[in-house]
Design a protein around this ligand. Structure first.
Ligand code: THU
Length: 134
């Protein structure tokens, strides 16, 4: 499936807005994510840190869980935004969680530099384990 430029821009803006709500007093690394569902809806998440550091949740997983909590289990794309010129790629844990709900999804990593890094989930997590592996 090809995503239109309009949808890509919506995802970028949603991820950007979500990054403003990041709770990251320890790392000061503010991440926003936006997932597109097959219903055409966009759900967002930010990273939420904790004084007990290991309890931190990443922006991407937060966004996925928002979608699933609203009954959406098929994700077509995930945009990730961090301020600055360098993109952040999703961590390993988030790749696996994204995989559960969108083996074919597109992942777009935005910074303030011109072009996003655009990958398929399959590129980021080859030969993955998923629901149909059980
Ligand atoms: N973080 C994300 O939100 N997504 C990632 O894929 C990588 C890391 C967050 C977690 C933590 O709050 C901060 O970035 C630094 O690791």
């Amino acid at each position: 499936m090809t995503l239109s430029d309009v949808v890509l821009e919506k995802l970028r803006l949603a991820a950007c807005a979500a990054s403003e709500r990041a709770y990251a007093p320890y790392s000061e690394f503010h991440v926003g994510a936006a997932v597109l569902t097959e219903s055409g809806e966009i759900f967002t998440g930010c990273n939420v840190e904790n004084a007990s550091y290991g309890l931190t949740i990443c922006a991407e997983r937060n966004a996925v869980f928002q979608a699933v909590a609203q009954g959406q289990r098929h994700l077509l794309a995930c945009a990730i935004y961090v301020k600055g010129l360098r993109v952040a790629m999703p961590c390993g844990a988030c790749r696996q969680v994204l995989r559960e709900f969108g083996a074919e999804m597109e992942v777009l990593c935005f910074s303030d530099a011109a072009e996003p890094v655009r990958r398929t989930l399959g590129d980021l997590l080859p030969e993955s384990f998923g629901p149909e592996s059980l």
